[in-house]
Design a protein around this ligand. Structure first.
Ligand SMILES: [Zn+2]
Length: 298
């Protein structure tokens, strides 16, 4: 506020008498104030007041600005030319290049970091996290999982909470349309069979268990576009949902919408809520034992 106050006073040619730590004493511009300065502007709050009883002008910084310059304070947005936002606004780089650059800034030293301990403690291996370029945002205190589209173009970042009470559990980059992509499709699309799971971490864990042909819907609701991608790239679909009502709904909707495909169902064993909680052996067993689903022809 100090800079703003001093700039305004100079701009308006106000006669400044002294500048203290918290206050600037000025000759009041709103009455004939010549002998001793009667007006004080607080440099922290911008509040000001003239102590001449016949004047008694006072107000906040905005009002001072208006009275002195006869115009309102304009809060111009200053965009630093070195920032990604500036380059994006100017069309110098595209949205996915912004993500590529931000990923570089969030990279961790995998050999020494403890930033990803919330994952390594759950059985995620460093090599797996490297493969998926999982990184960490100090600013948000979140593990960051990049999302690439079917052409390996970086389209979003998922920020996952690391603390127990940190809400929301998942943050997605602004404007990201989850319904438009299948997480890890860029890698899974080389196979004719696919494991479909809900969360990105579930998919990463399933990949680690030896199934690189895995995608995640990033939510239990499967969109039309996601169905289109599934039916375009794969002949066999192995559904591996969370063990809850939303997972069951996801399973039913895939069975219903993927008629004509070979559809199997892998289940979480007792005591496991989702594939992300499971060991490699449990995941292999669930997928290898997955049952072909039969539905009645309507
Ligand atoms: Zn005055």
């Amino acid at each position: 506020m100090l800079d703003k106050v001093m700039t305004l006073l100079r701009q308006a040619n106000v006669n400044i008498q002294s500048q203290g730590v918290e206050e600037v004493a000025i000759y009041c511009p709103f009455h004939r104030n010549t002998d001793t300065p009667s007006c004080y502007v607080n440099t922290k709050t911008g509040l000001w007041q003239c102590f001449n009883p016949s004047c008694n002008a006072k107000g906040n910084f905005r009002q001072l600005h208006r009275k002195l310059l006869n115009e309102d304070v304009v809060e111009r947005e200053t965009v630093n030319p070195d920032t990604l936002r500036y380059k994006l606004l100017k069309g110098l780089i595209s949205e996915h290049e912004v993500f590529e650059i931000s990923i570089d800034e969030l990279k961790v030293d995998y050999e020494t970091t403890d930033k990803l301990s919330t994952l390594t403690e759950r059985g995620f291996e460093i090599d797996t996290l490297k493969y998926f370029e999982v990184c960490f945002s100090e600013k948000k205190n979140r593990v960051v999982i990049p999302v690439r589209d079917s052409n390996y173009k970086l389209v979003a970042m998922i920020g996952r909470a690391v603390l127990k009470d940190q809400e929301p559990r998942y943050l997605y980059s602004r404007g990201f349309k989850r319904a438009k992509v299948l997480f890890n499709l860029c890698n899974a699309k080389r196979y004719d069979s696919v494991v479909v799971t809900e969360g990105s971490l579930d998919a990463i864990k399933i990949h680690q268990a030896g199934f690189p042909n895995v995608v995640a819907t990033l939510g239990s609701a499967v969109s039309d576009e996601q169905f289109r991608l599934l039916s375009r790239y794969f002949d066999e679909i192995i559904i591996f949902p969370d063990k809850d009502d939303a997972g069951e709904a996801m399973r039913c909707s895939i069975i219903d919408r993927c008629r004509g495909k070979k559809v199997r169902w892998a289940r979480c064993p007792e005591g496991r809520g989702d594939p992300g909680d499971m060991t490699a052996a449990e995941i292999s067993e669930a997928i290898n034992d997955s049952k072909i689903t039969l539905t009645l022809r309507r």
